[in-house]
Design a protein around this ligand. Structure first.
Ligand code: HPA
Length: 266
């Protein structure tokens, strides 16, 4: 870890970010416009070396709306075969760099039948259905405690703030519970039916490991899902990654203005 932090500090002239943003599928463009320093993951000690599919795969540092921000332009996923520890390492790095608030974003399928493709949803809580937990293993007491409380990962104040920002921008916003499956296959209709019955509103293959680790490290988490498709069995349409990317593209301007407004208000 020390190695990683020293390397980053040297590349960024000791830039101290207070806010972290992880940009999900189709939402990475945001970082292109605000880029004071950027470091490809492949160069960073401790980061996964493989490419992030469809993403640049780099850390981007910039001041945006008066806030010092570090962004992950693209993330690695559990379904690629990386360990939970590997995919959540960047969250621990952000914590050590100074990040207090982490904004997690993703593309997700809708389980809630009132949601429409390209809707934005503020995450109020999650269901971890990935079959594992990123905190399994010896505990690093310098980061957090062995049995962290998870009763308010997605801080209510941040949910309110995001809602207020959306309202100001006249963006219709949904709120709901994110259900994480490991992927890479999409879910079956029966699995989505179960997710709906147990309270899920949206489903995806990321975010939850990062949220668990960020909460454990004492960071405040805000989650925003871009609804890219009706989940399996919610409509007759077969799911495809191309559809996911196409729909997030439609939402990206709204997503961008919402994130900018949130940064201004934070
Ligand atoms: N299921 C899981 N992950 C997803 C989906 C989905 O329907 N859409 C985008 N990511």
């Amino acid at each position: 870890m020390e190695n990683t932090i020293n390397f980053i500090n040297e590349k960024t002239d000791d830039f101290v970010p207070e806010i972290g943003i992880i940009l999900g599928s189709g939402l990475g463009e945001f970082a292109d416009e605000y880029c004071e320093y950027s470091i490809p993951y492949a160069e960073i000690p401790g980061f996964i070396k493989s490419n992030v599919a469809g993403h640049k795969g780099r850390l981007v540092f910039s001041e945006i709306e008066g806030k010092k921000v570090v962004m992950m332009q693209g993330r690695n996923h559990y379904y690629e075969g990386h360990s939970m520890a590997e995919i959540t390492y960047p969250v621990k790095v952000m914590k050590k760099l100074g990040v207090k608030t982490l904004i997690l974003t993703n593309a997700a399928g809708s389980v809630n039948e009132s949601f429409r493709p390209a809707d934005l949803m503020i995450i109020t809580d999650h269901i971890n259905f990935m079959g594992t937990n990123p905190l399994i293993g010896p505990n690093d007491n310098t980061l957090g405690e062995r049995f962290p409380d998870m009763s308010e990962i997605y801080k209510k104040d941040l949910v309110k703030l995001a809602e207020k920002c959306a309202e100001k921008l006249c963006i219709d916003i949904q709120k709901g519970i994110y259900f994480a499956s490991s992927g890479p296959s999409y879910e079956t209709p029966a699995e989505i039916n179960m997710a709906r019955i147990i309270g899920a509103d949206a489903v995806g293959m990321s975010t939850v490991p990062e949220a668990i680790v960020a909460n454990y490290c004492g960071m405040n988490v805000l989650g925003i899902s871009c609804i890219s498709n009706p989940a399996s069995g919610i409509s007759d349409v077969k799911l495809s990654h191309a559809e996911v990317i196409e729909t997030t593209d439609k939402a990206k301007n709204r997503f961008k203005s919402l994130v900018l407004e949130i940064l201004k208000e934070l």
